[in-house]
Design a protein around this ligand. Structure first.
Ligand code: SAM
Length: 266
């Protein structure tokens, strides 16, 4: 095994918290469980904490890293371990559909926490080519992603993700597993995009607008929160009580309402 030639200190502005806890790293690799033929893509490989164990097991991996200082050390440290394709870019500029080249990709990453929502929505935009995702995020974000109606943390993120993916929180990770330790607890989550046959949303932009407005002022009743989108009759026609608040409505309720509006040409 080569000694890794990483010399730069972690950069806070890039959300660099490098994993060092071996037990957690192997749990992530086990959760991903790469199979022959899989095209693995890691977002933010950093100093290779997850990259090198994945590469040793799977022999080929693509990584997307924004930090210029990490590109040469990553490439060098990978040489004895397998084939590492390094893309030096902001992940939000990477076209996952082009990267999949007609097949599918599996995304992995201990994400920069300041960018987790944009990265999740970017991945959703390419969900048709993403087979699954295993991401380390703030635990609080994972809780929001997986929450259901009635929960205090049920909101826009959970509804939008659950409409298009199965969301499964896997395990929690304490701050001490990272260098430097973040101020918050973390968690690993699995997202599996639903097949087209399971996605019932007719107009994605309209669905996104209904969900955004409904949770925009979550203390308001739906009839008030959605007054720019539809009237109380439409809400009732979708099987939802217009006096309810967004946090009481299941994902299917928002889909039913957006679909009703789409059919009525809203
Ligand atoms: N995977 C490594 C680990 O677990 O130790 C590093 C994880 S660290 C939390 C996040 C990584 O994402 C850093 O390497 C950082 O440079 C990289 N990063 C930050 N912003 C990025 C962006 N916009 N696109 C791609 N990578 C980014």
């Amino acid at each position: 095994m080569t000694t890794t030639p990483f010399t730069e200190p972690p950069k806070k502005r890039l959300g660099q918290h490098f994993l060092h806890e071996r037990g957690i790293i192997s749990k992530i690799v086990q959760a991903v469980d790469p199979q022959p033929g899989d095209r693995l893509v890691e977002i933010g490989p950093g100093q290779g904490a997850i990259t090198f164990p994945l590469l040793e097991r799977h022999h080929e991996l693509t990584v997307i890293e924004f930090d210029r200082d990490l590109i040469a050390p990553l490439t060098e440290a990978a040489q004895s371990r397998g084939t590492l394709h390094v893309i030096h870019s902001d992940v939000l500029q990477v076209d996952f559909t082009a990267l999949a080249a007609g097949g599918t990709i599996r995304l992995v990453g201990n994400l920069p926490y300041n960018l987790s929502s944009p990265i999740l929505f970017h991945a959703l935009d390419h969900a048709a080519v993403v087979r699954d995702m295993h991401f380390m995020l703030q635990k609080e974000v994972v809780d929001r992603m997986a929450a259901g109606p009635g929960s205090k943390v049920y909101g826009r993120l959970g509804v939008m993700l659950q409409a298009y993916c199965r969301v499964t929180p896997l395990f929690n990770v304490p701050p001490g597993a990272f260098n430097p330790p973040p101020k918050v607890d973390s968690a690993v989550v699995r997202l599996v995009p639903r097949p087209d046959s399971e996605i019932t949303v007719i107009d994605r932009a309209l669905f996104a607008r209904v969900v955004r407005d409904a949770f925009g002022q979550r203390r308001k009743t739906l009839r008030n929160a959605l007054s720019n989108v539809c009237d109380a009759e439409a809400i009732a026609a979708a099987g939802i009580d217009p006096q309810h608040r967004a946090e009481q409505v299941p994902v299917e309720g928002f889909i039913a309402l957006a679909n009703l509006l789409a059919r009525n040409g809203a």
